[in-house]
Design a protein around this ligand. Structure first.
Ligand code: GDP
Length: 310
């Protein structure tokens, strides 16, 4: 398979339009890849839409654009969840900073953006709601630029591309004088700007657990990024635990993400974000690695408040 993978997070202040935009991306991505859209389009009642909004915000999502798979990782919009932001950002190589064209950047996004810039992630600016009568996209662009300067963004990061969107209509443009017709400019910008997730598929197994989920049938699911090696369904692995010990486990189910759903896979793709079942007691920050010659990644440091909350 020649799919390249892009792992991104969307950083947005609440109500700036993250759910609406991801929903539009999901719907349009179906038009670039057959089989995807049909099941996604069945909901139209308000209740289902609301439920869908909650799902979009709570889960990892993946959309396909031509030969690329774009994993969209959810990030908490604020600093209350110490450590969660860092964890989410470990999964990605780039961030989409989504800002309302009227409100401009607000304090809630500053914290997450700062973490993303510190982590040397590649940013893309999306100025949304350009249809608002009080939209002031040029000023908002200047405000965001000032914010980047204020946060000591690197030279490359200051070169961020800008896409203007109407999330409700599902349109994007890179030039305000030319109205957008669809989200293609946004997809193109993501694929051309955010580095593809790379790694050595033949190398030592290094799969970093960055989140947890739960399935009634399968129990605990580890959400993880494949940094190195290839994990196969049924494989026996070692889990490098927080305390430094190694625990043997057998992978009973493997999933990748597609649209809003998890889909069964036989083996992982390098760089992908996957869900893994069969590893009792696995927790965030641990590495799934080889049983022989284990090569764990460094544990993710989690802020004190998070540990206290668990
Ligand atoms: P979230 O909290 O960031 O996920 O924001 P939502 O996607 O729920 O959007 C918040 C509100 O903004 C909703 O009422 C949306 O319909 C509205 N909205 C989203 N995108 C646009 C847009 O491009 N233009 C306008 N006018 N409204 C939008």
């Amino acid at each position: 398979m020649s799919t390249t993978i892009r792992n991104i997070a969307i950083i947005a202040h609440v109500d700036h339009g993250k759910t609406t935009l991801v929903d539009a991306m999901l719907k349009q991505a179906g038009t670039y890849r057959a089989n995807e859209a049909i099941t996604e389009r069945v909901m139209d009642s308000n209740e289902l839409e609301r439920e869908r909004g909650i799902t979009i915000l709570a889960k990892n999502t993946a959309v396909y654009y031509h030969d690329s798979k774009i994993n969209i990782v959810d990030t908490p919009g604020h600093a209350d969840f110490g450590g969660e932001v860092e964890r989410a950002l470990k999964m990605v190589d780039g961030v989409v900073l989504l800002v309302d064209a009227s409100e401009g950047p607000l304090p809630q996004t500053r914290y997450v953006l700062n973490k993303a810039l510190e982590a040397k992630l590649t940013p893309i600016l999306v100025i949304n709601k350009i249809d608002r009568p009080d939209a002031r996209p040029q000023e908002v662009l200047n405000e965001v630029y000032d914010l980047f300067i204020d946060l000591d963004a690197g030279e490359d990061q200051l070169d961020f591309p800008v896409v203007y969107t109407n999330g409700k209509l599902g349109t994007a443009t890179m030039d305000l004088k030319v109205p957008g017709v669809d989200l293609q400019p946004l997809f193109e910008t993501i694929v051309s700007t955010i580095p593809a997730a790379t790694g050595d598929a033949e190398g030592a197994l290094q799969i970093l657990v960055t989140n947890l989920d739960y399935s009634d049938y399968l129990g605990r699911l580890a959400i993880a990024r494949v940094f190195s090696g290839t994990l196969n369904f049924g494989q026996e692995v070692a889990i490098s635990k927080r305390d430094g010990s190694l625990q043997k486990a057998k992978i009973t189910k493997l999933f990748s993400f597609s649209g809003l759903k998890r889909t069964d896979i036989e083996k992982t793709e390098i760089g992908d974000i996957v869900a893994v079942a069969g590893v009792e007691g696995i927790t965030i920050g641990e590495t799934i690695t080889n049983l022989e010659n284990p090569a764990p990644l460094p544990l993710i440091v989690i802020d004190e408040p998070t540990i206290a909350m668990q």
